[in-house]
Design a protein around this ligand. Structure first.
Ligand code: GLN
Length: 204
């Protein structure tokens, strides 16, 4: 059973723990470096990215987490978690730090100009088959640019934000603008648990 940590400084930690648990992982909270050392994968929850960035520093987790990610630790970030994993962030505070594990440019609170929160049915490559997934967006970012090697897994199908990229994967790193942890649908978490199970270790 893969042991997957949920970064537990701020945000919807409990929801991710429950979702991982029902997707077949052993889920633990991560607040210190020793806990981070013990996990096979990490989830960065939704919440508020500038607060999370600040707390990563306070808890002394910023460097250790960056190091494990650089070493290929599988990671999944939802919403604020996507922002934390990104390499470039638009509309954030100048002092906010991020983890630079995913070669994307994200815009914070991007949908907010039209509507703060909304739901839509999404098709997600590799995750949904015939049945789309209900996706909940709460002051969500979108992906404005993807680097080489980043796979686009989902786009908003219609409405004012049609075509916006909201799920991506690059190697061992997965991110969604929306919050699958708040619905009963476990398919994104099951997909991530699978990524952790099949992690390819680089040759020594
Ligand atoms: N708007 C938040 C941020 O910028 C993210 C919102 C969320 O995680 N639901 O961090």
């Amino acid at each position: 059973t893969p042991r997957i940590g949920v970064l537990a400084l701020q945000g919807d930690v409990r929801e991710h723990l429950a979702a991982l648990d029902s997707a077949g992982a052993e889920a633990i909270t991560v607040r210190r470096a020793a806990e981070l050392e013990s996990v096979d994968g990490i989830v960065i929850p939704g919440g508020e990215s500038t607060t999370m960035s600040h707390l990563l520093g306070v808890f002394g987790l910023y460097e250790p987490l960056r190091a494990r990610l650089a070493d290929g630790l599988p990671a999944y970030g939802s919403c604020a978690g996507m922002i934390m994993l990104a390499s470039n962030i638009l509309d954030t505070r100048p002092d906010a730090r991020h983890l630079d594990a995913l070669d994307i440019t994200v815009r914070r609170n991007a949908f907010g100009r039209q509507v703060e929160s909304f739901e839509t049915d999404l098709e997600i490559a590799g995750v949904t088959d015939e049945v789309p997934m209900r996706a909940v967006f709460i002051r969500a970012p979108w992906v404005e640019k993807v680097g080489d090697g980043v796979e686009v897994l989902a786009k908003v199908p219609d409405g004012p934000a049609a075509g916006r990229v909201v799920a991506v994967r690059q190697g061992q790193v997965l991110a969604t603008s929306f919050h699958p942890e708040v619905t009963g649908d476990r398919r994104v978490h099951a997909y991530f648990v699978d990524m952790v199970r099949h992690r390819r270790h680089p040759a020594p």
